[in-house]
Every structure is written in C-alpha cells, then in structure tokens.
Design a protein around this ligand. Structure first.
Ligand SMILES: *[C@@H]1O[C@H](CO)[C@@H](O)[C@H](O)[C@H]1NC(C)=O
Length: 334
C-alpha cells in the first residue's frame, strides 16, 4: 500500500476507466490491480453458467448492453431472477479468484497456507500436500468487492442483495472436496497425501438453480433489520435460501423497465411440453418455421482400437422461432 510510481499511476488510470465501480471497488481495484482481470474472467463464467441454466426459459439471463459493466445494476428490480443473478455472480467471483490463487496468478494469495503438516480423517492419518484451493481467500475478496456495491444503501434492496450474494458464496464452498493420492509399497496406501479442491462451477450453478426454484418471497420486518416471509403459509427463509421482494414479469414482451427482452425470435421446441415448448415460450403469439439443412455425424462405427469413425450426413430440421407481438409490427396494419 502507498506505493508511488508508474505502476500505481497506471493502475489508477485503469481502475478509473472500469465502468460501473463504486468508490470502495475502485480502491480495491487500485490496491489489487491484477485481480481485476480475474474478476472479469469470473464475470464471463457466471454469465455463461446463468445462460446455460436458463437456456430453455423465457428469461434466459440476457443482460442489456449497458449493463455489461461487470457489476452494473441489472434492471431486474428485486425479482426472483435478480436474486439468482446476485447469487451466481458472487459465486463466479469466488470461484475465479480462488482458482487464480491456486494457479499462482495473483501476488496477494496462493494455495491455502493452512493446509500443511499432517491431519486425520475417517481413513486414518494423512499429510497435506500439493495445492489446496484457498476458498477462504476467494470468499473474503468476493465479499469485500461484490458486497461493496450495497454498503452505502441500508435499504431493503441492499439487504436482499447482500443476503443473496452470501448464498452464492456458500454455494461454491459447499462443493469443496478432499482428494488424495496413495503412496507406499505397490499402492498399499500406507501413506496418503491429500488436498482440498473446488468442484466444477456447474455444481454451484445447478445448486443455485434449485434455490431459484425454491426462492422465498419476503417483506421487510417492522424495524427494517431483516426479512419475514411474505406469505405466512410458507417457511421463513434461512441463510441458505434465495429471497426476493417483487413478482416477476412474464418476460413475454420486451420491456426495458423490468429488464425483459421478450421472446420474439427465440427458438422453441415443438415437441416439448415444458418451458421451452412453443406454446409457453411464444406466449401464445405463434411461431415461424424455417427448414434448415445442416451437416451432422452419422453411421458412426467403432474401429479396433480405439477410434470412432463417422460419415458426414446432411440432415434437414425445422427450426421454430417465436413471432413478435402483433402491435409491435407497424406494417401489419396496412
Ligand atoms: C424437444 O423436446 C423433446 C421432448 O422434451 C426432446 O426430446 C428433444 O430433445 C427436444 N429437442 C431439442 C432440439 O431440444
């Protein structure tokens, strides 16, 4: 800290040009300039995961161009979708920072220094070895950086975001697992070295997707210090539940105010009965069908040993896309 010189000057210039940072985030950026790149990687990872989780839904985790700044406020109000976005974005930052620590990409952290010496588990004693992912560092940094946006406002929305950010961070820690390697005569496992490693980010994505389904609608309590469940028939939210205030729009029609892109032009599935069916996806507006021809692998045969060889075949498929809303097309009223 307090370093003077060209590198601190250039990081100040860089940090002043990252759009959408609050003051505290700008300070963290200046102090840890190399972390900003990792935060950026985390952002593209959580966006991809979010889009994967919601690919068959009307809301497919698209964000408006002007919200593309890492942590620019998404215009999703305080809906269930907003709860998911806050949680998965926090999880993404935890994941990216922790991985970068293990890969030696950051000056301020490394593998977990506490996982040293020997320890015991149900199978007996072992030595910590290799590199244990430093999840606590990832969580601390993500908390400081991501939560900074909410520190100023002590309003309901800020409390909701902080709560969901925390659910996201925990969704990464939960999949930490111990891996071990056996040593000793012919793999007898008389000696073991073990390390802690993060699971695949997909696991956190799947978990948060389930939490989205079970998210709990809340209202502020009387003294404004926390939440109570909006509908008394449901359970109170715990620190593991996603919480939201407002009902979601149906996401059928484009509407900037609610962050809805609408489903015009989205691909739907004619044989599905789920959320991606043409009925549900197109909100009853109907769909257009285009016949397209594409190259696919076919007649694949297994060759001893060990290859699979396929032919290229042309396949014709129908692609269905949702029509736009009637009143949006001025030329339909000729
Ligand atoms: C469409 O839905 C059906 C039934 O759920 C499914 O079997 C099929 O794989 C889906 N097609 C595409 C292209 O996703």
């Amino acid at each position: 800290m307090g370093a003077v010189g060209s590198s601190s000057t250039s990081s100040r210039v860089m940090c002043n040009n990252v759009p959408g940072l609050v003051t505290r985030q700008r300070q963290l950026c200046q102090r840890y300039p190399e972390i900003m790149h990792v935060v950026g990687v985390g952002v593209s990872e959580w966006k991809a995961e979010c889009q994967h989780q919601f690919q068959h839904h009307r809301w497919n985790c698209n964000t408006h161009e002007r919200d593309q700044s890492s942590f620019g406020k998404l215009i999703l109000r305080s809906s269930r979708e907003s709860a998911f976005v806050y949680a998965i974005s926090s999880a993404g930052v935890v994941f990216a920072i922790t991985r970068a620590c293990s890969q030696g990409e950051l000056k301020s952290c490394s593998c977990d220094p506490k996982k040293k010496g020997s320890s015991k588990d149900s199978k007996g004693s072992f030595d910590w070895g290799g590199c244990s992912d430093n999840i606590d560092y990832g969580i601390r940094f993500a908390k400081a950086f991501v939560d900074a946006r909410e520190r100023k406002g002590k309003d309901a929305r800020a409390l909701m975001n902080l709560h969901n950010n925390r659910v996201g961070r925990k969704a990464v820690k939960r999949f930490m697992k111990q891996e071990c390697k056996c040593h000793g005569v012919s793999g007898s496992c008389t000696l073991r070295t073990c390390w802690l490693t993060m699971g695949d980010f997909r696991k956190s994505g799947d978990l948060l997707r389930k939490k989205y389904n079970g998210a709990i609608q809340v209202v502020m309590n009387q003294d404004g210090t926390g939440f109570t469940v909006a509908n008394k028939r449901f359970n109170k939210p715990t620190s593991n539940d996603l919480v939201y205030f407002e009902n979601s729009p149906d996401y059928c029609i484009r509407d900037r105010d609610t962050g809805s892109f609408g489903t015009a032009g989205r691909v739907c599935n004619q044989s599905s009965r789920g959320m991606d069916s043409c009925e549900v996806m197109c909100c009853g507006r109907g769909y257009d069908t285009a016949r397209i021809t594409k190259m696919v692998k076919c007649e694949c045969k297994f060759h001893w040993c060990c290859a699979v060889r396929c032919k290229d075949c042309l396949e014709t498929v129908d692609v269905h896309t949702c029509k736009a809303a009637k009143d949006a097309g001025w030329n339909e009223k000729t």
